[in-house]
Design a protein around this ligand. Structure first.
Ligand code: SF4
Length: 701
């Protein structure tokens, strides 16, 4: 008992694996054989209500695994060998200075992540623009939220994941879940939807597959991948034809409806049914259910957004919201279901190529002057707009970017056209990766910098509701790993820019972030660590320390200067890469319950890895039999860009023209070797969710 008492430790933390940020307590104990045991106890926070999913229950495992990188590693004669931090910093200084002198400061690119804390994301943006003075910075959130963010900004004048608090879901009488598999990606949110159903809500799910989420649907629209915008167009047409419009709302609070009316009148519902693979009666039924309900909420996620018309696809769904006036009221609103742990905060504080903290725009002279003032630099020294994440990889190939600094991301697995990305990364003069593990990208690095894990790194994260939460650090950092902010400050110091990065804690960085965001769209000024310790998350915008928002946006006005929301006409866009005789199947990608993003962390959790230890391709048995493919066999899946080898999995509930592969594995199972790198013209989102492939049998199962 004495031994147990002495060695027992209890720490509170938050799960890092999605935007719900569920709270938990981990009890670390020692059994009679002196082996460590862990018990995880769910703790309530405002979003999770005391629930945890399997990822959260096992999230301690990867953080405590022996696979953590504990010392900086440098490539010497082709091998990665441990070096001191001093040596690591020296190498960075020497290489960055050499490249800057020869090719200019834009020869260095910075690549961030949507799982970083607000403080890390903010500091990474400042590091790129102030310490390196490069315009090339972007992050993996480009692949996550860029379509919804651009659509929200253009339609409402503001992008915040949910326009309502989660508690409003129970008040919605009709809910549309478009391209979102909440049951597997944000499982602890499911009770919000089942509660709404118990209250009489009619639930419509739009997805080419049956999933845990379609299990609660009253109506499942099995849309062809890539045809979501057209489907929403069809629903708009029905709303118009059947007079299911909120005319007062359209007149008082929107612009653009008359143009939309003329556009919809030209569309043909039967043609849309043909394009989308959804019968016209079902489209009519869905539109009626939503249009006639007294309240309603629409949620979109990557299924709609990861398209080469993702921006317009989201706007098509937002048209439905505005035509029926279902926003700004209890039980009525819109939500982009954020995938990454800090997908919301990650995009607000300057990791994006075109943005500065507080959602200020990098090409707006007033915004530049304000942020430069906070940073104590001349606005003329602030670099301009760079390019999106995948376009940075193209710049690498063009040798415009010659060194890359990657923090909290695994671009080799998360970018489309992965063979092209790998070729580029190998061509770099210098690749620095700050990570906890030897990820697929880190394996190619010239220098690896070990970082702290979520249980060791204090900081704030912004959940999908736009509610800022403080995650305390409750474990010591192992080995010689450092916090992101310590690494960035250390490098800046070496580069002679230390005075701009003179921070002693995350809280000090957050206080500068508050100031940098003050007066911006994502205004955090009124949020403090003190308040966060006392209150259960604080919604932005929060301009003063007295501010107490309900979390419901647009109750009387939208964020555009006119106060009105913008309706737009959306064309029925065909996927960029249609199927043909050579490539007859449509590939769509997504997640499974047990894994997060590229799997760098969850594949190192023994429980999660044991449950799903390899990738697979879901295929309809009829399609498989035509191709001579047996269940559980190794198959080759090829597109115009490359091929992968995965195991077949029969699914009678997937469309016969569609196959599905999850995105969590690298190397020969990396589905992004074959996905389409064509980009949305507005938000630069790649078309992950639809490309043409063929499949052949390799070894029978
Ligand atoms: Fe909660 Fe999301 Fe973690 Fe699951 S993955 S425990 S839903 S934060």
């Amino acid at each position: 008992t004495e031994l147990k008492e002495r060695e027992k430790s209890i720490f509170d933390t938050q799960c890092p694996f999605c935007s719900v940020q569920c709270k938990m307590q981990v009890v670390e104990d020692t059994d009679q054989n002196r082996r460590k045991t862990y018990t995880v106890i769910a703790k309530p926070n405002a979003a999770s209500e005391g629930r945890l999913c399997i990822k959260g229950m096992n999230a301690y495992q990867h953080a405590l695994t022996a696979e953590r990188i504990l010392r900086p590693m440098a490539r010497v004669d082709g091998q990665l060998v441990p070096v001191t931090w001093e040596e690591a910093y020296e190498r960075i200084k020497a290489k960055f200075s050499e490249l800057c002198n020869r090719y200019g400061s834009d020869s260095i690119g910075v690549y961030g992540g949507g799982s970083l804390t607000n403080e890390s994301g903010y500091l990474l943006g400042k590091f790129a623009r102030v310490a390196l003075q490069t315009k090339y910075i972007d992050y993996n959130g480009r692949f996550c939220m860029s379509a919804a963010a651009s659509a929200g900004n253009k339609t409402f004048g503001m992008d915040r994941g949910l326009t309502n608090p989660l508690s409003d879901i129970a008040l919605a009488k009709c809910i549309i879940l478009a391209g979102t598999n909440i049951a597997e990606c944000q499982p602890t949110l499911m009770p919000y939807f089942t509660r709404a159903k118990e209250n009489g809500a009619y639930i419509i799910v739009i997805d080419p597959r049956e999933t845990g989420t379609t299990a609660i649907a009253d109506l499942h629209l099995k849309v062809k991948p890539g045809m979501d915008a057209a489907l929403a167009n069809g629903m708009q047409k029905v709303l118009l034809e059947e007079g299911l419009l909120d005319k007062k709302f359209l007149t008082d609070r929107t612009v653009g409806f008359e143009e939309l009316r003329a556009h919809l009148q030209q569309l043909d519902l039967e043609e849309i049914a043909e394009l989308t693979g959804v019968p016209s009666e079902s489209i009519r039924k869905a539109a009626n259910a939503y249009g006639k309900s007294s309240t309603g909420m629409i949620f979109t996620a990557r299924g709609v957004e990861q398209q080469t018309d993702g921006y317009m696809a989201v706007r098509s769904f937002l048209n439905l919201v505005l035509m029926t006036g279902k926003i700004g009221k209890p039980g009525s609103g819109y939500g982009a279901v954020t995938g990454q742990g800090n997908g919301q905060g990650g995009r607000e504080h300057g990791q994006k190529a075109d943005q500065l903290p507080g959602y200020r725009m990098i090409d707006n002279p007033d915004h530049r002057a304000y942020v430069a003032g906070v940073w104590g630099i001349d606005p003329r020294d602030l670099p301009g707009k760079g390019v999106s994440a995948y376009e940075m990889m193209e710049k690498v190939h063009q040798e415009e970017i010659r060194a890359l600094f990657v923090m909290g991301s695994n671009p080799l697995v998360s970018n489309p056209n992965a063979d092209f990305v790998e070729e580029g990364l190998k061509k770099l003069d210098f690749l620095v990766v700050a990570d906890m593990f030897l990820s697929e990208t880190a394996r190619l690095a010239d220098l690896i910098l070990p970082v702290s894990a979520y249980i060791e790194n204090e900081g704030t994260l912004t959940n999908m509701e736009g509610r800022v939460l403080l995650r305390e650090a409750n474990r010591p950092v192992p080995g010689e790993a450092k916090h992101d902010w310590q690494i960035l400050s250390g490098i800046a110091d070496q580069l002679g820019k230390g005075k701009y990065f003179d921070f002693g804690s995350s809280e000090e960085i957050f206080n500068e972030l508050r100031l940098a965001s003050k007066g911006g769209i994502a205004d955090y000024y009124g949020i403090t660590y003190d308040r966060l310790r006392k209150e259960e998350g604080i919604y932005w915008p929060c301009p003063t320390v007295e501010d107490k928002s309900t979390g419901r946006l647009f109750e009387s006005s939208f964020a555009h200067s006119s106060g009105k929301a913008e309706i737009v006409c959306v064309e029925n866009h065909l996927p960029d890469e249609p199927t043909n005789e050579q490539y007859p199947l449509t590939l769509t990608t997504g997640r499974v319950l047990t894994h997060y993003l590229t799997g760098v962390q969850t594949r190192r959790s023994h429980t999660l890895a044991a449950r799903d230890f390899e990738s697979f391709v879901e295929i309809h048995p009829r399609t498989a039999r035509k191709l001579g493919i047996k269940d559980a066999s190794l198959v080759r899946l090829e597109s115009r860009r490359g091929d992968i080898v995965v195991r077949s999995r029969y699914r009678a509930d997937i469309r016969e023209d569609t196959v599905f592969v999850p995105m969590h594995w690298g190397d020969i199972q990396n589905v992004n070797k074959i996905t389409n790198p064509a980009l949305d013209p507005t938000c630069r989102m790649p078309g992950f969710k639809s490309c043409a492939v063929r499949m052949t049998m390799l070894y029978p199962g």
